[in-house]
Design a protein around this ligand. Structure first.
Ligand SMILES: NC(=O)c1ccc[n+]([C@@H]2O[C@H](COP(=O)([O-])OP(=O)(O)OC[C@H]3O[C@@H](n4cnc5c(N)ncnc54)[C@H](OP(=O)(O)O)[C@@H]3O)[C@@H](O)[C@H]2O)c1
Length: 253
């Protein structure tokens, strides 16, 4: 087993420096990012401060050289766990600038969004969000992030989509999503609690980011699915000025 110390980029090659179990060191070069070469499994990471170009996958438990995207679920919810209240409202969940900037950075690496039809119908707003609106920079930043990503919309009823880089799937196929993760160099996000619940139940979701608002709404659409048992590992947490708490978990069903 190897522990990665740091990675340095040298022109078109990356050199990975690692420590063996017996304390000796080794290093090796990769010709390019995402080259798909087989390699030893990394089990423990300790990225050194000298690292300028640490590959994102070094932060995940996965074979070196085998590029694979994580599937993450991001939900903004009430403290009692709802993404929308019984009237279908979620105005109480709107992020302020501080939180918006955090969410932008969280979603910036996302290559593909998997959306339930209802969430897509909310998020497609960003496709045409006016550049002339009197909004803060985080607003336009997110519009750019959203437009740059691929989108897959799961729906049995939707006939057409109104955004670029978007296709419809009629069924949520576990194996197809697994293949997408395996072939994706970037992380993938699933959105819409109903669809995300299926993805969590199918053991496809690797990490969950919950933003809990300081409000009880008493009912509505639950952020997390019923009848799924999973062990969560808390990876990080953050408190925002508006009273929202961010909880970042790794999921193992
Ligand atoms: N809290 C917040 O910050 C926030 C932000 C944005 C939105 N929201 C709310 O969240 C809602 C979206 O979440 P949601 O849980 O209600 O819905 P969702 O998961 O986004 O969408 C559900 C729809 O996805 C399709 N679908 C689900 N499973 C499928 C499968 N296995 N195969 C094919 N299609 C499938 C179905 O569409 P069809 O009916 O077309 O077949 C289903 O009606 C929005 O409507 C909005 O109210 C909250």
């Amino acid at each position: 087993m190897l522990t990665v110390a740091f990675v340095r980029r040298r022109g078109s090659r990356d050199r990975v420096y690692a420590t063996r179990e017996d304390g000796t060191s080794t290093s090796w070069a990769f010709p390019s990012y995402g080259d798909g070469l087989p390699g030893p499994v990394i089990d423990d990471f300790g990225c050194g401060s000298q690292s300028q170009h640490v590959r994102p996958w070094l932060h995940r438990k996965r074979p070196i050289g085998v590029e694979m995207g994580k599937l993450i679920y991001v939900a903004i919810a009430s403290l009692d766990g709802y993404i929308e209240d019984e009237e279908g409202r979620f105005d109480w969940a709107m992020p302020d600038e501080e939180m918006h900037a955090f969410v932008n950075d969280l979603e910036r690496p996302i290559g593909t969004y998997l959306y339930g039809r209802r969430m897509y119908e909310t998020m497609v707003f960003w496709e045409t969000a006016s550049t002339e609106a009197d909004e803060p920079p985080v607003f336009y930043d997110y519009a750019g992030i959203w437009r740059a990503a691929e989108k897959i919309v799961y729906s049995r009823t939707l006939q057409t989509v109104s955004s670029a880089r978007t296709r419809i799937e009629r069924e949520f196929d576990r194996d197809a999503v697994r293949r997408l993760k395996q072939s994706s160099g970037a992380d993938i996000a699933v959105g819409g609690a109903e669809l995300a619940g299926q993805a969590i139940g199918a053991e496809l979701v690797d990490e969950c980011h919950l933003f809990l608002n300081p409000i009880l709404v008493g009912g509505g659409k639950r952020a997390l699915p019923d009848k799924v048992r999973a062990q969560l590992e808390l990876l990080d947490e953050r408190r925002f000025g508006n009273g929202v708490v961010h909880l970042h978990y790794r999921i193992s069903v």
